[in-house]
Design a protein around this ligand. Structure first.
Ligand SMILES: Cc1ncc(C[n+]2csc(CCOP(=O)(O)OP(=O)(O)O)c2C)c(N)n1
Ligand SMILES: [Mg+2]
Length: 408
C-alpha cells in the first residue's frame, strides 16, 4: 500500500494508534481494580479506523465519536487524562464527573459532538450540522461512526436518505467488526457488503480494509474531499473484527476461536509496524522513543486521574440543565441577514446543484476511491487482504430512465 503522507504524518498515525491501544489496555487494568465507573468498551483491533479516519479531517470539521472511537478523540486533541478522568468519574473530567465512558464532547473548539447512545441517531444530527455549515458559510465536513448492528436501525436509514438528498458534506464510517453483541452479521442482514446499504440512497460508498491504517486514511481523505466539494455524502465500510467482547462484562464465548486467531494475524498495529519498517520510515530507536513517550504520558495521566477528587455531592444538581451557564452560538462566516427573512430565499454560500439528483452528480473516474474488497464477514481474511490493493469505484445503483428521457 503506497501513501502520500509525510514521514512525520506516518509517525503520527503510529503514535495515535499505539496511544489508543495502550490507554485502553491501561483502562482494562483499572477496571479490574474497580476504578472504572460503569462499563468499559474496547476498540482492540479497530484502532486503525478511528485514527485513520479522524486524521483525514481538517481542524474546523466536526466529529461525533462513539464508544469504540477513543482513537478519534485522541487525534482531535483530547488527552489521556480527559478519557481516564471521564471513565473514573472524577471532578476533573470534561463532564466534571457527571457522565462516564466517552460520553463527552466539545462544541466550541474541537467540534466534537458527544455520543448518542441510541444507535443511528448521530447520522441525522451530523447531517444537520453539515447542512447548517452550508448556510453559515463554512466549508466543513462532518463525520460519525457506526457499527454493523447500528446500520439496521431506522435512524440510520432515515438519516442517510436526508444526507443523500441534501448532498450534505457528511462522511459515515461503518465499522463492520462482524458482531453486534452476540449476533454475527450474517444473522442480521442478507448482505455481503454493508457498503451496499448506501446504494439505496444513491450515495457514494467505498470498502476498505479496516486493519490497514494507510488505506483507511487515504480512503477517508478522498471521501472528505468529495463531500467538501459539495458532491454529497460518502459511506465507507471498514472491514475489521471486534477482538474482545461487547464490553468488559462479555467474555464473548460465542465467537469462534479460529475467527479470532485469523484476525489476530492481521493486527492493525503489527501490520503498520511492518509497513513502517518496509518503507524505511523509522528505526528501532524511533519506535522506542515513541513508545517511551506514550508510557510516560499515560503514567502521568493515570496518576493525575487517581489523585483527582470525585465530584462534591453539593454540586450534583449543578449543570444538569442549562440555565444560562453557557452559550452555544452559530459561527457565522457570512452576513446573517443574507439567509434570514425577508431575504431567506437567498442561495446558501455553498450551493448544491440539483439536490439528490444522481444524473447531475459529476462523473468520477475509477481512480477516485480505493476499495479493499474482502471475503464476506471476516471468515476468510487472508483472501481479503490479497484483494485490498484493488482500486475500484463501487457501482452506482441501476437506474430507471428519467421521466424526461422516457418521453413522459
Ligand atoms: C437503537 C439502539 N438499539 C439497541 C441498542 C443497544 N446496543 C448498544 S450497542 C449494541 C450492539 C451494537 O453493535 P454494532 O452496531 O455492530 O457495534 P459494535 O458494538 O460492534 O461496535 C446494542 C444492540 C442501542 N444502544 N440503541
Ligand atoms: Mg459490530
Amino acid at each position: 500500500m503506497t501513501s502520500a503522507l509525510t514521514r512525520e504524518q506516518h509517525l503520527d498515525l503510529y503514535y495515535f494508534m499505539r496511544l489508543n491501544r495502550e490507554l485502553e489496555e491501561q483502562m482494562v487494568r483499572l477496571f479490574r481494580q474497580n476504578k472504572i465507573v460503569g462499563g468499559l468498551y474496547s476498540s482492540l483491533g479497530q484502532e486503525a479506523i478511528s485514527v485513520g479516519t479522524a486524521y483525514a479531517l481538517s481542524p474546523g470539521d466536526w466529529i461525533a465519536p462513539m464508544i469504540r472511537n477513543i482513537g478519534a478523540l485522541l487525534v482531535r486533541g483530547f488527552k489521556p487524562r480527559d478519557i481516564l478522568t471521564q471513565h473514573m468519574a472524577r471532578h476533573t473530567s470534561p463532564t466534571l464527573g457527571k457522565d462516564g465512558t466517552s460520553h463527552f464532547g466539545d462544541l466550541k473548539s474541537r467540534h466534537v459532538v458527544s455520543p448518542i447512545s441510541m444507535l443511528g441517531d448521530l447520522i441525522p444530527v451530523m447531517t444537520g450540522i453539515a447542512m447548517a455549515g452550508r448556510y453559515l458559510g463554512q466549508k466543513i465536513v462532518t463525520m460519525t461512526w457506526i457499527g454493523d448492528g447500528g446500520t439496521s436501525t431506522g435512524a440510520f436509514h432515515e438519516g442517510l436518505n436526508l444526507a443523500a438528498v441534501q448532498k450534505a458534506a457528511f462522511v459515515l464510517i461503518v465499522e463492520n467488526n462482524q458482531w453486534a453483541y452476540s449476533t454475527p452479521v450474517k444473522r442480521q442482514m442478507p448482505l455481503r457488503d454493508l457498503a451496499d446499504r448506501a446504494r439505496a440512497y444513491g450515495m457514494k460508498s467505498a470498502i476498505v480494509d479496516g486493519n490497514d491504517v494507510v488505506a483507511v486514511e487515504r480512503t477517508a481523505r478522498e471521501a472528505v474531499a468529495h463531500a467538501r466539494a459539495g458532491h454529497g455524502p460518502v459511506l465507507i465500510e471498514a472491514k475489521t473484527m471486534r477482538m474482545r467482547g461487547h464490553a468488559q462484562h462479555d467474555s464473548a464465548e460465542y465467537v469462534p476461536k479460529e475467527m479470532l486467531e485469523s484476525w489476530k494475524k492481521r493486527d492493525p498495529l503489527d501490520c503498520y509496524e511492518q509497513f513502517l519498517h518496509q518503507n524505511k520510515l523509522w528505526d528501532a530507536k524511533t519506535k522506542k522513543e515513541i513508545d517511551a513517550r506514550i508510557a510516560r504520558e499515560i503514567q502521568a495521566d493515570v496518576e493525575f486521574a487517581e489523585n483527582s477528587p470525585f465530584p462534591p455531592p453539593e454540586l450534583a444538581e449543578q449543570g444538569v440543565y442549562c440555565a444560562g451557564c453557557h452559550t452555544v452560538e452559530a459561527d457565522w462566516k457570512r452576513p446573517k441577514e443574507e439567509v434570514m427573512p425577508p431575504r431567506s430565499s437567498v442561495k446558501p454560500e455553498w450551493p448544491i446543484q440539483d439536490y439528490g439528483d444522481l444524473e447531475a452528480a459529476p462523473k468520477r473516474t475509477a481512480k477516485s476511491f480505493v476499495h479493499g474488497r474482502q471475503a464476506g464477514n471476516g471468515t476468510r481474511p487472508t483472501a481479503a487482504s490479497k484483494a485490498t490493493a484493488k482500486s475500484k469505484l463501487l457501482k452506482k445503483p441501476a437506474r430507471a430512465p428519467s421521466p424526461a428521457k422516457a418521453g413522459r
